[in-house]
Design a protein. Structure first.
Length: 95
């Protein structure tokens, strides 16, 4: 098993195929992608969405695009807040 590795976009595409088309469980997907089963399960939960099929039935499927967008958004929100001190008003310098 890989240690502390995030899912890449290509791994998310593979996960989407295995989950939606092959109907594999999270444990089977984790073994195929060499990830921990909890990591695969969280990734599936991250990318779940509801869609209508051709018979107008509601289905819950995994979308690699939704999961990847969510990952990018959350990775941008990391880190310390900007150091602006107590002066929150922006005063442009007069040049």
């Amino acid at each position: 098993m890989g240690r502390f590795k995030h899912f890449t976009e290509s791994e998310r595409i593979k996960l989407e195929y295995m989950h939606n088309r092959q109907k594999l469980s999270a444990v089977q997907i984790s073994l195929a992608l060499r990830k921990h089963r909890a990591t695969a399960s969280r990734e599936i939960k991250r990318g779940l969405c509801t869609v209508l099929d051709s018979d107008l039935r509601v289905r819950v499927v995994y979308s690699h695009q939704i999961a990847h967008t969510d990952h990018e958004k959350k990775s941008m929100d990391k880190g310390a807040p900007p150091k602006i001190g107590k002066d929150h008003a922006f005063v442009p310098s007069s040049a």
